[in-house]
Design a protein around this ligand. Structure first.
Ligand code: TXA
Ligand code: MG
Length: 326
């Protein structure tokens, strides 16, 4: 069921459904989320069931502001406060120590909790209205079946879960890949998942260097090697490899899609071609849409030219690498 996110009555309806323990999908500036009230284990169980997500994988809790975060956090380490102040509302999730007894199911029983205040006006309106009717936060993973490509439009959410699920439509997500996740629970910042914010931007706001995750770091299944998978097999190739492979194909018709920055369409006739944007923000914005579109073309194979080097491409490179690992 599509609800117009710009309609105040639809926001009221969404918030009422959330308050009643139902699921509502909603837009954020990164990707669409599949939301349930974070303080109800029964409501949160519906997310795991609908997504087919293993219950050991914790969810991010979305809050309207920093005061909302403080209801779920046992403490906000100074570095978490600096990051939240710099980037909220926005595409950053912080992992912090969890207040005992709150959001057990959302946190999958871990002693920590992931918190994010999204910048999308529809998400914000929903969180504010939900708070008004007694919902302290909305647990929401990306609105896709487990392991699949995330949804960046209301139509994508419909493709994943069918039309019965209420979805607030807020247009295409501006950023297009999920938030950067920084674990602050040990007091020093660890980047668990890259996003559109670069490590340099995060370090500048943190006032200290980022550390690599170690074996003791909390599990982040979005960081499973295989994730974000289209139905087609995806391969990431260097520019040279891709050019050579296409030359070898010659005029041989092969059912194949190519997503590349520097190889022009027409090089391999009959191949479905999409041009990767030159700017990382634009590439991130369209990445999941393109993967879904190429799946609809029915090609069994997608060859992707690797993104250029440089930290501003980390988020796109990470998602492509995991899509290829499936
Ligand atoms: O941009 C986003 O972050 C989107 C939108 C909807 O906000 N959400 C999203 O949620 O990507 P999800 O569930 O698809 O990915 C969240 C990731 C998962 O890999 C999860 O394991 C990790 O965050 N995570 C959540 N809570 C955690 C915790 N306490 N410790 C470690 N990792 C955690
Ligand atoms: Mg996800």
């Amino acid at each position: 069921m599509r609800l117009d996110g710009l309609d105040a009555a639809a926001i009221d309806q969404g918030a009422a459904l959330i308050a009643a323990g139902e699921l509502v999908a909603f837009p954020t500036e990164t990707v669409y989320g599949l939301g349930a009230r974070a303080d109800s284990d029964e409501a949160v169980a519906k997310i795991f069931a609908l997504k087919g997500r293993p219950t050991g994988h914790p969810l991010i809790v979305h809050v309207a502001d920093r005061a909302g975060a403080e209801r779920f956090a046992a403490t906000l380490a100074p570095v978490a406060v600096r990051l939240v102040d710099a980037f909220w509302p926005g595409p950053l999730t912080v992992i912090v120590a969890r207040r005992p007894g709150v959001a057990d199911a959302a946190a999958a029983g871990q002693g920590t909790i992931g918190l994010r205040c999204p910048a999308h006006p529809v998400a914000h309106a929903l969180l504010a209205k939900a708070a008004e009717v007694g919902v302290p936060g909305i647990a929401a993973p990306s609105a896709n079946r487990f392991g699949r490509v995330s949804a960046t439009t209301a139509a994508h959410v419909g493709e994943e879960f069918g039309d019965a699920l209420p979805v607030l439509d807020g247009g295409a997500s501006r950023i297009g890949i999920e938030s950067a996740i920084v674990d602050c629970s040990t007091g020093r910042p660890v980047l668990l998942r890259p996003g559109i914010l670069t490590p340099g931007q995060i370090e500048e706001a943190a006032g200290e260097p980022l550390h690599d995750p170690d074996a003791a770091a909390p599990r982040a299944p979005g960081t499973l090697a295989a994730h974000y998978a289209p139905t087609a097999k995806l391969r990431v190739m260097t520019t040279d490899m891709l050019r050579t492979a296409l030359q070898v194909l010659g005029a041989e018709p092969l059912r194949l899609a190519v997503y590349s920055r520097s190889i022009p369409s027409g090089v391999a006739p009959g191949v479905v071609h999409r041009r990767m944007p030159a700017r990382p923000e634009q590439a991130a914005h369209e990445l999941f849409s393109i993967l879904r579109e190429l799946d609809r073309e029915g090609v069994p194979l997608i060859w992707v030219e690797e993104p250029p080097p440089g930290p501003e491409w980390d988020g796109v490179r990470d998602r492509l690498g995991r899509a290829a690992a499936s």
